[in-house]
Design a protein around this ligand. Structure first.
Ligand code: ASP
Ligand code: MG
Length: 472
């Protein structure tokens, strides 16, 4: 049984000659494993493509951006290949061809207007360029490698910009196209796959949401695990940090690295602002118990200082404290309308009709008031929509307040004593908790507090729970 490792390299791992060399070093470290590489676009390219797609009518922006796109990719090619070598030419011709296809698409957008599928198609070029260049680079070093655009493998629904994979169809594709390469015992082929992109059933390119290359890596891991006989699979996301931190170092400089956590804990931490991990990517590997490592690209040989997400966790630890600082709490209260079924349904219908996403929800058991959190930039719209709905303007009082949320995650939060320590700490500093939620068996406690108290609150919780954190 040969283990398979799926490694994702983000834009910051593809910046210059020394970065490409480092990828080579990493491939050598994992030389005894079967290797799949999932690559993102070069740094800044996705933003540039997006900007161009939305400015097709400004010929100066269009020309400037096309020139930058060409320059950034040609620069990399000049650096990493011997001039006039076979792979140098192949890479250059590829960039030329793809940029001319891209220009045709910009003309189409100019002619027909910006349809949702155009955006995904345009953005896919970032990964198509970078991954092919990486594939040619690996070949130029005498290793065997193939390039596979992910729209051959990952089949998704029609939700452009934020597509969701159809796992059954994806499994079939992976079985047909990927497994024969992986299971060939005679050949060690490094498979280079574009991150971020897929296709819908009728063949249109879709994308998995910004930062979606992490997700691509885990979707592929899932499908290999479903279809291959060999289940020894691991995902490594190479990052520019050691891994997930217990607290954003901006609040607590002595914050430590989380070395181990399980999928449930990781989902909470990824959701609350730890921008290091795409929140959706855990769903794909959780059911299959596929381990995922977050590792520092600058320390590929590191034995201890990295984060591993797997089925194993230490239940005696708090894993992380995170914050949401752009929150607004909206409270809808009524003294007369208690015990009337359907009030919550009405509130959330108004939110959903206006495409406003609601996070935390707290309702008093007396049903007199319901509070919920929306993002600051949607709060005005939310309050207005409630007033305009008639029902709430007649019988209810509606209030909104700018707040922050502190999330404390880990199995240890299930214990009363942990909660007691948190509240005692906050009390020492006179910090009032305005709302609180924890659902049954949830490994996360969310506290709503005044925004000005965030820094003090985090520090006091950190200090008081110090011994509950993993001890480095
Ligand atoms: N290139 C895409 C983005 O910037 C996907 C990724 O980097 O993961 O969002
Ligand atoms: Mg990126």
């Amino acid at each position: 049984m040969t283990p398979t490792v799926i490694m994702k390299f983000g834009g910051s791992c593809l910046i210059d000659k020394s970065a490409f060399n480092k990828i080579l070093e990493i491939l050598n470290i994992y030389k005894n494993d079967k290797k799949i590489i999932v690559a993102s676009a070069f740094n800044g390219i996705t933003d540039l493509l997006l900007n161009t797609a939305h400015n097709v009518n400004d010929s100066r922006v269009l020309d400037d951006n096309m020139a930058i796109l060409e320059k950034k990719h040609f620069n990399a090619i000049e650096q990493i290949f011997d001039e006039d070598s076979e792979h140098y030419f192949k890479a250059k011709i590829w960039v030329d061809e793809k940029l001319s296809e891209l220009e045709d698409t910009f003309s189409d957008i100019k002619e027909f207007g910006m349809e949702p599928y155009y955006q995904d198609y345009v953005l896919s070029f970032g990964e198509i360029l970078s991954t092919y260049i990486l594939n040619q680079y690996i070949l130029s070093k005498g290793l065997d490698s193939v390039y596979i655009p992910a729209n051959k493998l990952i089949i998704t629904n029609d939700e452009f910009n934020n597509a969701y994979p159809f796992y059954e169809f994806t499994n079939q594709r992976v079985q047909k196209l990927l497994l024969p390469l992986l299971e060939n015992p005679k050949k060690d082929i490094i498979i280079c796959i574009t991150g971020f992109i897929g296709r819908n059933k009728i063949g249109y390119t879709t994308t998995l949401g910004r930062g979606g290359s992490d997700y691509s890596a885990t979707i592929l891991a899932h499908s290999i695990s479903e279809t291959a006989e060999d289940k020894d699979i691991k995902v490594i996301l190479w990052k520019d940090v050691d891994g997930l931190m217990t607290i954003n170092p901006k609040f607590v400089p002595k914050s430590t690295l989380i070395r181990n956590l399980d999928y449930k804990e990781a989902k909470h931490i990824a959701n609350f602002g730890a921008k290091i991990l795409h929140p959706k990517c855990l769903e794909a590997i959780e059911k299959k118990n596929i381990p995922l490592e977050l590792r520092n690209f600058d320390k590929p040989l590191e034995k201890i200082e990295f984060t591993e997400i797997s089925e194993h966790t230490d239940k005696n630890e708090i894993k992380g404290i995170s914050t949401v600082e752009d929150a607004v709490i909206i409270t809808v209260a009524s003294g007369s309308l208690v015990d009337v079924p359907g009030v919550l349904a009405k509130i959330f219908k108004v939110m959903s009709k206006n495409s406003i996403s609601v996070s935390l929800v707290a309702q008093s058991a007396s049903e007199i008031s319901t509070s919920f959190i929306v993002k600051e930039n949607e709060s005005k719209k939310a309050v207005e929509a409630l007033y305009n709905s008639g029902y709430f303007s007649d019988f209810f009082e509606i209030k909104s307040e700018e707040v922050a949320i502190i999330n404390i995650t880990g199995f240890k939060i299930l214990e009363n004593l942990t909660k007691a320590k948190i509240f005692q700490g906050l009390d020492k500093k006179n910090i009032l908790v305005k709302a609180i939620t924890q659902s049954t068996e949830e490994l996360n406690l969310s506290l709503v507090i005044d925004r000005k108290d965030v820094l003090i609150a985090i520090n006091i919780i950190h200090d008081d729970l110090c011994e509950e954190f993993e001890q480095g």
